[in-house]
Design a protein around this ligand. Structure first.
Ligand SMILES: [Mn+2]
Length: 385
């Protein structure tokens, strides 16, 4: 039967049949070795005495998707993807709590399996994932934290592992991009930014807060403002001084109405055209508040009228499929304000979908390091600005 005549569900049923089970078998046999065979009354002999690996979902040590924890970060280059937490909320200007974002996202990620039905992807079988833990941020000091974050992201990025950053408030968008740029040589990165807020003002409350990352990131020569694409902007929380900067620097903004009127596919084309114009790769910055406040209560500045989850996931999936993506951050998850972990779950979904589309588009696993990764760290006088 040809693909056109099949429903998505039919195709999904077929695709599952093509996936190996090798990774799962290795996990089970290692679990039995390290965690001892189960008590005699347990009929399923794949179960161990001590929980090791995926099951049961509520048990085990809290890493993202129960990926192995890499204590020695010098080993990070041995993995296709590295998860890193940035528990920093000193840049927030209203509701705090995103310092607990990495913990909250990791916790709810435990209920996910590594397999997605429609996409026909099993991450455990197709890609290697590790969790390097968190960057040591300095509470109450944005600038010192920024330097720590840039150094950490630069380390992961230059190793060749694909960096996925769990925020943290959005002030980290500047140091994360700076960390990537540190190893771009003379290559350039376009930023695709999902948000209700522009985050482009120079300072807020006299400091570089979470309303400011793109002013500073786009001052870096590797990250031109003309390649900054801002999706989902709108509402009553967009500061006029930020709007002025967007106008002056000619960033590319689509409102939720723009996106729905032009259609999701046209919005994807717009984003790719602008972000990839003269650049070598795309960095994704996903503020969870781009989604309608009804779906994401656990965030610092919730704003009604945002994207629907399935719209945001569709845009994200198509963008990842079609762009050379060099990193992802998911920011502004604030577990103290969350309800039933639903905001953290949304963040988990964004990350897992991104990983799946990186696999489907054959960006991961990598055959070799992408040529935009420059071994030599950039150490010009103005780098740590
Ligand atoms: Mn925002």
């Amino acid at each position: 039967m040809s693909d056109q005549n099949q429903s998505e569900a039919d195709r999904a049923l077929d695709k599952e049949n093509q996936l190996p089970l090798t990774g799962w078998q290795q996990e089970v046999s290692q679990g039995l070795d390290h965690g001892l065979e189960a008590a005699d009354t347990i009929r399923d002999r794949s179960i161990s005495t001590f929980s090791r690996g995926e099951l049961p979902h509520y048990a085990g040590i809290n890493t993202f998707l129960k990926a192995p924890y890499i204590e020695d970060v010098k080993q990070v280059g041995n993995y296709d993807i590295a998860i890193v937490g940035v528990p920093h909320d000193s840049g927030t200007t209203y509701r705090p709590g995103t310092r607990f974002g990495p913990q909250g996202i990791r916790k709810i990620s435990a209920l996910y399996t590594p397999y997605n039905f429609e996409l026909g992807v099993d991450l455990r079988e197709q890609v290697t994932l590790c969790d390097v833990g968190d960057v040591f941020t300095i509470p109450g000091n944005n600038e010192k934290s920024f330097d720590q974050i840039s150094k950490g992201v630069a380390h992961i990025f230059s190793s060749g592992a694909f960096p996925i950053i769990l925020g943290g408030d959005h002030s980290i968008g500047f140091p994360t991009v700076r960390g990537v740029c540190r190893h771009l040589g003379d290559k350039k990165v376009g930023i695709i930014h999902f948000d209700r807020h522009v985050d482009t003002q120079e300072t807020d409350l006299d400091e570089r807060m979470h309303t400011c990352p793109w002013f500073h990131a786009t001052n870096i020569k590797n990250a031109p403002a003309k390649n900054l694409v801002q999706l989902g902007i709108g509402g009553w929380q967009v500061p006029r001084q930020g709007v002025k900067v967007c106008r002056e620097r000619e960033t590319n903004i689509l409102t939720v109405t723009d996106i729905t009127e032009m259609g999701l596919d046209a919005a994807v084309e717009f984003a790719l055209e602008r972000a990839l114009d003269g650049t070598d790769c795309v960095y994704l910055s996903f503020d969870i508040d781009c989604i309608d406040a009804g779906f994401v209560p656990g965030t610092g500045w919730p704003e009604p009228g945002g994207l629907l989850p399935r719209e945001a996931l569709y845009l994200l999936g198509k963008i990842v499929q079609k762009a050379p993506v060099c990193g992802l951050e998911v920011v502004e998850v604030s577990p103290p304000y969350d309800v039933s972990d639903m905001t953290a779950l949304m963040a988990t979904r964004v990350i897992c979908d991104t990983m799946a589309h990186l696999v489907l588009s054959k960006q991961l696993p990598r055959q070799s390091k992408p040529n935009y990764i420059h071994e030599q760290a950039q150490e010009t006088a103005d780098y740590w600005q």
